[in-house]
Design a protein around this ligand. Sequence first.
Ligand code: FAD
Ligand code: NAP
Length: 876
Amino acid sequence: MTRDSGTKPAAVSAQFDAVVVGAGFSGLYMLYQLRQLGMSAKGFDAAADVGGTWYWNRYPGARCDIPTTDYAYSFDPELEKEWIWSEKYATQPEILDYLRLAADRHGLRSDIEFSTTVTSAHWDEGENRWKITTDRGNEIWCRYYIMASGCLSIPKSAEIEGAGQFAGQVYFTSQWPHEGVDFTGQRVAVIGTGSSGIQSIPLIARQASQLTVFQRTPNFSIPAHNGPAPAERLVQLSDDRDGYRHAARWSRGGIPAEPTDVLGVTASEDVRRERFEAAWDQGELFGILGVFADQGVNPDSNDIVAGMIREKIRLAVDDPETAEALCPKDHYFGTKRPCLDTGYFETYNLPHVRLVDLRKQPIIRITEEGIDTADQSFEFDAIVYATGFDAMTGALAAVDVTGRGGLSLTEKWAPGPSTYLGLMTAGFPNLFMITGPGSPSVLSNMTVSIEQHVDWVAGCLRDMRDAGFDTIEPTALAESGWDEHVRDCAAITLHPTASSWYMGANVPGKPRVFLPYIGGVNAYRQACDDVVSQGYLGFRRTGRGGDQCRDGVIRSMQPDVAMVLEIMAGLGLPPIQTLSAGDARALMAAAAATRPPGPEVAEVTDGVMPGPGGDLPYRLYRPAAADQGPHPIVVYFHGGGWVLGDLDSDDPLCRDLCARSGAVVVSVNYRHAPEARFPAAAQDAFTAVQWVDANTVSLGGIPGQVAVAGWSAGGNIATVACHLARDAGGPRIAGQLLINPVVESEMMRQSYAENGDGYILTTALMRWFWDHYADPAERGDPRAAPLLGNLADLPSACIVTADFDPLRDEGVAYARALDAAGVPVRHVRARGHTHTSLTMVGIVISGAPVRAQMAGALADFFPAPVTGAVSNSSIG
Ligand code: FAD
Ligand code: NAP
């Protein structure tokens, strides 16, 4: 990092409890909290004053894009009362003044060495301390090394050939001259159309005689409608400041907001338009990002919002070709940081402003006179780079940090950053990061996230002192668990599809990983609190208080599964086992009626087949095959504990399996208990397989290519049908896909102890199912408990088990037993799922990759390649 000029302070060699790098919002509050703890602390900043972001980014038009009522500290009630923001979105000078006042009110400057860059930090294992060095030759020893060095504080280099050649003036928005720049009468180029470009371009256009904007990627931007702070919010704050701040801390984005449950894909055209226009008029990022509940995860919903923004751009810009070039089309709305602007698009209607679309004519080089593109040479007096930052990891990696055993942070993070809670990283004891990768940071109102981080770190240091610990470090398990959770949260959204700085895509060579935590400020805060309440789960702490390690993973459930459980808990439904079978069926049917329908298939027909106790209804799903078949057939049995379920209950899952695998799926409604108890369901399953095998050709199947599949109790009777077919000498079954199957009745395994309560299928419900289905004396019969049967010569199997399922361990045991009996088995672990979540097609997005594996297993059962399978990535 470059150092801003300032009076050179005397070099120091000293000892402190803590060193804090950075004197922006984070560093100042961290220093304040360290003082409250009575700890000695030294701050450093390369800048000549406090302010961080707001010290450096002084370009024309620089403002916050979170309303300033919210983009502020909340820890100091007096400061809150004293400071009145002049506008809804305050300017850079005003925010800088605010931070200066905050620093002065608490006398923080005296602890900070300005114009000083921290260059290295080495952990000394003998001393259990960090040795910090600076570009001024200082050497400081400290117990705690706190990087409050900013997510957007290291400008990205220009990466354009000849960038040093230009003879005119060169400016970076991120390092703007303090005295300002007068562009009057100048020919000016601006490269970059992110937030900094979009804020500065309208103001530069007011002065320049010619302004040429070089745009690589058009960006979504909405008008800020700046003006006085919104009256309604001021009233809320003055009525109940504490309540307002509390709501912000426990909100998703760091601003109090009531999340909508309106889905873009199902809303009427009127509702869509009304909601969009309201958000447009409000002029707030979280408003436009929350028009629909599903716009961040569903491409179709996102397209609705994106399309309406493009309409607005076309209305604002006179020249249709320029308007089209300004319309973002290569990424989903919100997957790159959207912008707030004041008159940005209208600027292109001015006669002296021109847009150069670099997708059509890329920059070849910067010359002494200006810029050469593939089509043209431009001459300029000044070039402004609004080209962004090495975000989230840039400032951390810019310091030569070595931890335990000489481990270098940049080497550890070469494949992408790895952290626990975005706060610490294994191998680097007592190194804390404020808004590090893996924290909500840049996806939130950052002041709220910063205060939460600093409070957590301060609480951690206090707890360590009280308990006699002087080192803390995450365990490898806790860290990899958090990394996985961060990835899981991102994977269910559209974000990873964009080439954004969130993904590290703006810096050549940077690993492509989604850097921030997208699970929400509230979910993140809860995770951090839970870590503490569980005795610093995932951390090793050492000192005279002993050597304490509470190893474990704080979040291992898929985020959308957790969300569904939370919603269901909120509905207050009666436990199924307290209902009669009839009432339970009615409840299930009512729930099924409100679900998304599942993917389209070419044909769905209902029919009946003869069964041992009367006709059995079935539903046939035919895949959309280019060659119209014939196809392999999968005979499917629904779940529901032999008591519940029907052709409708598993309809979305059957569609999904059909569309993904390219096989015909025949879903069979077998007889249910208690009306028809054991072994009726198993007999029906076997009879159905026999009938399908005998009628393969008329069903559009390929003779000899019949497999079975089933979920839960359906998995039980699917595999029992395989046992019966083997014993009867046929029909030959190509394979068995068993999704969370019931294979024994004991209910004694560890997974019952772990998951028997709280995850929809409970021990009590399972007992209710067994009681309805089979007498205790019958439950050891292999037709009820196939795990107890002879497993030799059964068809190839794919067994799916879910982590949070009471049935998990019996599924695992069945897979092992089949393997031991010589049956080819594939075991698919549905990581972070419950018994029911895989079936929630179109709701639980994280189930899609698991269902893709199931479809792959089905395809593998059949010798010929399955035709007509649609791309798995196109199914939600
Ligand atoms: P910073 O403010 O970035 O401060 C970090 C400091 O660390 C810098 O001063 C830097 O000089 C110093 N530093 C780094 N490395 C070293 C080193 N090795 N040695 C010495 N000093 C070092 N967020 C929002 O939530 N809302 C907004 O409206 C918003 N607007 C923004 C506008 C702009 C132009 C930019 C660039 C960012 C904006 N952000 C916004 C994000 C913004 O960065 C944060 O809100 C917040 O200001 C970050 O504070 P910080 O103290 O964590 O980091
Ligand atoms: P940015 O969003 O990364 O935008 C950089 C722009 O420069 C992009 O348009 C990028 O194009 C372009 N670019 C980069 N390298 C280029 C090259 N070699 N040739 C041509 N074009 C190039 O950076 P930013 O505008 O400084 O904003 C960064 C973040 O800071 C924001 O997302 C926001 O979080 C924060 N910020 C907030 C505000 C605010 O309104 N409060 C203001 C400024 C910044 P590509 O998209 O193709 O890479």
